[in-house]
Design a protein around this ligand. Structure first.
Ligand SMILES: *[C@@H]1O[C@H](CO)[C@@H](O)[C@H](O)[C@H]1NC(C)=O
Length: 228
């Protein structure tokens, strides 16, 4: 390992160390301000055993449902969870563990919708390698934030992003995205493709993004050509 590589790895570890606790803290603060009521008889959560190992939380003050699928074991299990009896299919947040998930098929989430989707891995990188063009399409009118950092996505159905009418934040940093994606979206404000592997940003690449405020391509291997 060259000294540069070594320094790079140390930097990545530092960045990871700074990055993770702030989100843990954010979650903890959120939980302090309200009490979840997933145990209530009138909770719109599915039966706990129908969706195990995922866990549903109902926040009655917000009238919103979150689902935590951090411990999901494989694709079939995820499919079964979202095709169980789900009385209210409109979730606010999905947290999805990608230690054991390689693929998110078009049909995996059934009729369930989300506003925020986060993937997580317990190691540094999850193994998620493919997302279908329709995977989140039921959420096209609701999805605001899609965060899938630290995975193995060399490609993503970027062209489908134009159909997500509420999507403002799209984060794919630390994925081996090999071609600069041409994205069309009226709403996207924040895109993060940091540490991707493309080396050319084509002319007009940002033309389809009228509301873009920030496009992060930091630590992308080496960008040779850049067009404003
Ligand atoms: C990452 O994706 C590539 C294909 O793009 C695949 O060959 C490789 O096996 C994947 N790695 C893991 C850890 O899944």
């Amino acid at each position: 390992m060259s000294i540069l590589h070594f320094v790079y790895v140390i930097l990545l570890v530092l960045v990871a160390a700074c990055f993770q606790p702030s989100h843990v803290l954010a979650a903890a603060q959120f939980e302090d301000t309200a009490s979840p009521s997933s145990y209530l008889n009138n909770s719109p959560c599915p039966n706990a055993e129908d969706i195990a190992p995922c866990v549903c939380t109902y926040w009655d003050v917000y009238h919103s449902l979150d689902i935590d699928c951090m411990s999901i074991e494989d694709e079939q299990q995820l499919y079964d969870v979202f095709h169980a009896n789900i009385p209210d299919p409109n979730f606010r947040r999905l947290d999805l563990g990608t230690d054991n998930l390689k693929t998110l098929t078009d049909t995996v989430f059934g009729d369930v919708t989300f506003e925020t989707v986060w993937t997580h891995s317990t190691g540094f990188y999850g193994i998620l390698t493919s997302v279908g063009p329709e995977t989140f399409m039921k959420s096209a009118p609701t999805l605001r934030e899609l965060y899938m950092p630290y995975n193995n996505l060399s490609n993503f159905p970027f062209q489908s992003l134009s159909q997500y009418t509420e999507l403002t934040d799209f984060v794919l940093h630390d994925n081996p995205v090999s071609n600069f994606p041409i994205i069309q979206s009226e709403n996207l404000r924040y895109i993060d493709l940091g540490a991707a592997t493309f080396d050319i940003i084509p002319t007009g690449a940002l033309d389809g993004l009228p509301n873009l405020e920030e496009f992060d391509v930091s630590s992308t291997t080496s960008i040779h050509s850049m067009a404003a």
